[in-house]
Design a protein around this ligand. Structure first.
Ligand code: ZN
Length: 109
């Protein structure tokens, strides 16, 4: 059996689910994005989908998901970073930092 001791992506997902339990969104790693870092598809009919380019650095994935999810909450297009988008991102970042600081474990063997 293999266990991931600390997964920042799962911590972010848990944070977002705590803050915005009524906003539905799926995330997929999409290798067909070419030069794009990410892309969001918002649809009331088909639901919201965040596409993440799997070739971006691991450390950028958390930031990218938080960024794109904030667009979904604020119903703003990717190049529009309005007040609601900024407030959502700030809420996510604040709670994420609190959660990661309280849950992070580093095991040394
Ligand atoms: Zn954006």
């Amino acid at each position: 059996m293999i266990i991931i001791l600390n997964d920042p992506i799962q911590t972010l997902v848990d944070t977002i689910n705590d803050l915005y339990p009524d906003v539905n969104c799926e995330i997929q790693y999409n290798p067909d994005l070419n030069e794009k870092v990410s892309e969001i598809w918002m649809s009331e009919e088909n639901g919201n989908l965040i596409n993440i380019n799997p070739y971006i650095p691991f450390t950028a994935i958390v930031e990218t998901i938080a960024h794109e999810f904030s667009h979904i909450v604020s119903k703003s297009k990717d190049n529009i970073h309005n007040g609601e988008w900024r407030e959502t991102l700030n809420n996510i970042n604040k709670k994420y930092q609190e959660k990661i600081n309280s849950e992070f474990t580093k095991v040394e063997k």
